[in-house]
Design a protein around this ligand. Structure first.
Ligand SMILES: Nc1ncnc2c1ncn2[C@@H]1O[C@H](COP(=O)(O)OP(=O)(O)OP(=O)(O)O)[C@@H](O)[C@H]1O
Length: 245
């Protein structure tokens, strides 16, 4: 579903992403981990075609992203705290507009269905710009599901959520994967999210992949009981110091 081949992104002389290769299969959820500034959002933005890579290539659904962006984006969606929906519109109107942009037919029932699935019917008539950070995240998640995407990019979807709502979001993501498996790339600083949701974990560090595997494999490789400790170990290690097999 997603094939990233030796992708690189330079901002001036700074290498934000350096020769990263990654594949995500149909129905697979891949967790992208890394310290602040590791390059996660830059990679996500390249998959969405928002940033042009300096080198390498990205294929989605077997198509070259550089040549088939519109076709690919029709079957893709994302949730990020970095892009806000127009703040002056009611939540329902925002979602209906985006549903129309994605050619969802008919848009209104789909919006109502998603508001119900996310348990945010009570936000439908609120002004989007007046929502709390946690409420905004759930509205963004509803937006991300409007077109029932085959590829879903979730950039820190539980950031700023209280533990109860974060748990509901994890259950929601598990449920949508159970109903119809899709490919998900998931970034989070919440290791519980990653353990519960991700089939495979990729550690990015200074724009490069430092380690990857399942949560269980990584814990075994690095001899740590908890994924948090694996994260700290990998984050503090320099290249070549990890003693990977
Ligand atoms: N437009 C830009 N111009 C210059 N440098 C940039 C630009 N965008 C990102 N960077 C730099 O690239 C690096 C990777 O940034 P990115 O936002 O991808 O990190 P991240 O892993 O998502 O971090 P965080 O966990 O803090 O969200 C950072 O050092 C950042 O300062």
């Amino acid at each position: 579903m997603l094939e990233i081949h030796e992708i690189g992104k330079n901002f001036g002389s700074f290498k934000a992403i350096d020769k990263v290769s990654l594949q995500v299969a149909e129905g697979e959820t891949v967790g992208l981990l890394g310290v602040n500034g590791a390059g996660k959002t830059t990679l996500m933005n390249m998959i969405l075609g928002l940033i042009t890579p300096t080198s390498g290539s990205i294929r989605v659904f077997g198509l070259d992203l550089a040549k088939h962006r519109i076709e690919i984006l029709r079957r893709t969606n994302f949730c990020t705290t970095y892009a806000s929906l127009p703040g002056n519109l009611k939540v329902r109107h925002n979602l209906e507009i985006f549903a129309r942009l994605y050619s969802v037919k008919p848009p209104k029932p789909r919006v109502s269905e998603l508001l119900g699935l996310l348990g945010i019917e009570h936000l439908a008539d609120r002004i989007t710009g007046q929502l709390s950070a946690g409420e905004t995240t759930r509205v963004n998640l509803a937006k991300a599901l409007l077109n029932d995407p085959d590829l879903l990019l979730l950039d820190e979807p539980t950031a700023s959520l209280d533990p109860d709502i974060a748990d509901r979001v994890r259950t929601f993501v598990t449920e949508i994967q159970r109903q119809r498996p899709r490919s998900i790339v998931y970034t989070s600083h919440n290791m519980k999210d990653i353990e519960v949701l991700c089939d495979r974990i990729v550690f990015l560090h200074e724009g490069r992949i430092l380690a990857q595997g399942t949560a269980a494999e990584l814990k075994t490789i690095f001899q740590r009981e908890h994924l948090d400790d694996v994260f700290i170990h990998v984050a503090r290690a320099k290249e070549g110091e990890l003693g990977l097999p």
